[in-house]
Design a protein around this ligand. Sequence first.
Ligand code: AMP
Ligand code: MG
Length: 404
Amino acid sequence: MTMISVAEAANLVLAQAVGFGIETIPFLSAAGRRLACDIVADRDLPPYDRVTMDGIAIRGAAFTAGKRSFVVRATIAAGDTPVQIDSDGDCIELMTGCALPAGTDTVVRYEDIEIDGGIATIVANTIKPGANVHRRGTDKHAGETVVPVNTLVDAAVISMAASVGQADLQVWKLPRVAIVSTGNELVDVQDTPGPYQIRRSNSYAIHTVLQQLSIAADMVHIPDEPSESTQRLGSLLSQYDAIILSGGVSMGRFDYVPQALTALGVQMLFHKVSQRPGKPFWFGVYPVGGKAVFAFPGNPVSAFLCLYRYFIPWLKAGTGHADTRIPVAVLAADYIFQPPLTYFLQVHLSVSEAGQLFATPVEGHGSGDFSNLVLANAFMELPAEITNFKKGDIYPVWPFKPVF
Ligand code: AMP
Ligand code: MG
């Protein structure tokens, strides 16, 4: 099979983003998820003419006609049933959050009045009729959408859900994901590696990224051994919506992953993408249940890049992220990359004083330098057909940390 381009690979992956259905969960557990339906106002917002200042309610026309002193007929607190007035000479003393009493239309702040012996006198020179009242239904009417489908549930959405009485929210379901590491040279984090062994890190990096996306993935290690690979992967395919592997997909004699997956009936959509890092990326679909299998190369930067460039867009497409635009940034220094491959340059993104996003290369020891990822915060996607990249050129970026 010939090597395909990054764009072709990304399209093939996105075409498999089928979604995982909908679930209803308590609203307070929904932060970080995407809404699967609109949140609708159960009544007008505000639900009554709401007073926005502590003070007195009067008829604005009485002030305009020259009246300055008003008899305080009642004092009400927020939540009380309002008392109405019947005369231009009356007022009601009330507090922020009260319903505006019938017969009044204007609230005058305590700062603009003096109250003595049951009489309130306005000391301000001007009063705006209708002031300090948030009229019923001016924000939303009952039945109107207050938060549209696919919105990320954040503090503002949680607040909206609470105010319209939505104790449960319908959200897009997230996939069940298994993270599989392969490689007989790998030992676990608490073990002391032999002289030619290393500790495995990919699964933990991937697990952490998924955790940030509200996915609690399971981790499995499979040795480089064909029949065990086939047996263990077969059992994972029956339990998970997606499998992310790292390692075992290159041309090495002990790279058993593609043959094990093929033997299990996983249909390969591509193997090898014209990119660096991550060229040996293998992607397939298990027809039973349409499960996606992302088999990334084991090099930690390759696996990390592939996760951001392919897995996360696939995840987003299936979980209610409507905005598929890829951000771009300005390259902050000349850069040369000769091979005819898309190059994912490690960069540090920063925002200039003029508000522009700049990408400064953090090259270190090249595309395989995992320690660099501590300093970098994004990959910049440099197209395969260009060799000399110029300072000031604009290219897509894949941030993997908050930029500001
Ligand atoms: P592979 O793709 O299996 O040929 O692995 C490529 C390189 O990545 C090798 O040097 C592996 O030791 C290394 N590698 C593979 N899996 C991991 C992992 N889970 N954590 C850290 N390094 C790994
Ligand atoms: Mg390996």
